[in-house]
Design a protein around this ligand. Structure first.
Ligand code: PHE
Length: 351
């Protein structure tokens, strides 16, 4: 019986045939298994004599099965490898590939430039409560500026009764960072913000970068120098100038709107980045509005638990998507969020 089994195993040409042999010998009703069962009915002496022989047969058959199985598997793999050769001289199929997104790219560049100026990067939650998003920024419940923010509110209040919302700007990170780290502080906070607004230049989700410096003896000159230094580095142009226009934000006093200007005579010259979308004036400059800023309102410092007699600061909030559009000459904000690799490729973003 053993010889027949070993011969059949040796003759097996497929894994299925081999499995059939294994079941016939070692399976529940296989003859070796049945022989092992008879040991139970033997006397201890008979068993001592019979058992080693049966175990030896079992071992031999099992080893033959294993060896044959390995042999068949190797053969199968080899057959597969020869049949599935790839012709490496053929052109590869053209598959669209993504790239770093312009917004991510700009965020990285921002963080790098500001890191050189000693700014760290802070973050805060996109789901905010109305205290951090509004009240602590000097906008109490009745403040008209609240209505201007087109806020997405959540229908349910938090357990502590707070109204929850999608943050409408990155400014609440000012409050959170001041509360957790105190002064002096020097940070930027890039991230997503939300307003219910949508057209070619507005999307319900967009990106801002907040900047905050609080220290002793900080004044508007520091703000202007910082932004100017940043924009020159970012647009890689020395002819960038800044225009600060009087404005109003509840959380800064005084408040200024930031326009970036560049002489249009130099436009198109080698070495300079192309900046588009601006409108020119008589003195040879194109101007673009990029965000808001100002000296931190002392009420905000007080809300955040900072000694407003000792410390002053400046803050700014810039639209990252707008900055990216300018730098790369893009004209429709909505395309930022379509995820079309052709759009990325068109503007020079490749894998
Ligand atoms: N948070 C303001 C906005 O979203 C921008 C801003 C930030 C203005 C910081 C002043 C200081 O419009």
């Amino acid at each position: 019986q053993k010889q027949t089994a070993l011969a059949a195993i040796e003759a097996a040409t497929t894994l299925d045939a081999l499995e059939e042999q294994r079941v016939g010998v070692l399976g529940k009703k296989g003859w070796v298994s049945l022989a092992l069962k008879t040991l139970g009915q033997m006397s201890p002496d008979e068993r001592k004599e019979a058992a080693p022989a049966i175990q030896a047969v079992r071992g031999e058959v099992a080893a033959a099965l294993d060896a044959k199985k390995a042999e068949l598997e190797t053969a199968a793999l080899e057959a597969q490898l020869t049949s599935e050769t790839i012709d490496l001289t053929l052109p590869a199929p053209d598959q669209p590939k993504g790239s770093i997104h312009p917004v991510s790219q700009v965020m990285d560049e921002l963080a790098e430039i500001f890191a050189d100026l000693g700014f760290s990067v802070a973050t805060g939650p996109e789901i905010e409560d109305d205290w951090h998003n509004f009240t602590a920024l000097n906008m109490d419940e009745s403040h008209p500026a609240r209505a201007m923010h087109d806020t997405f509110y959540f229908p349910d209040k938090a357990q502590d009764g707070a109204s929850m919302l999608l943050r409408t700007h990155t400014s609440p990170v000012q409050i959170r960072s001041l509360k957790s780290e105190g002064a002096p502080i020097r940070l930027i906070a890039p991230g997503r913000v939300y307003r219910s607004d949508s057209d070619a230049t507005h999307t319900p989700m967009f990106h801002q970068v907040e900047g905050l410096v609080v220290d002793e003896d900080i004044h508007l000159g520091h703000l202007k120098w910082t932004l100017e230094t940043f924009f020159k580095a970012f647009f890689e142009r020395e002819d960038i100038v800044l225009r600060l226009r009087p404005s109003y934000f509840p959380f800064t006093e005084p408040s200024v709107e930031v326009d970036v200007g560049y002489s249009n005579e130099g436009a198109g010259k080698e070495g300079g980045r192309r900046v588009v979308g601006g409108h020119g004036d008589e003195d040879g400059h194109d101007w673009m509005e990029l965000g808001g800023s100002g000296m931190v309102n002392r009420r905000v410092l007080e809300f955040a638990g900072i000694d407003a007699d000792k410390y002053q600061g400046f803050a700014f909030g810039l639209g990252i998507d707008r900055i990216a559009m300018l730098k790369y000459g893009m004209n429709d904000l909505r395309a930022f969020f379509d995820g079309d690799p052709r759009w990325l490729a068109h503007y020079g973003f490749s894998p």
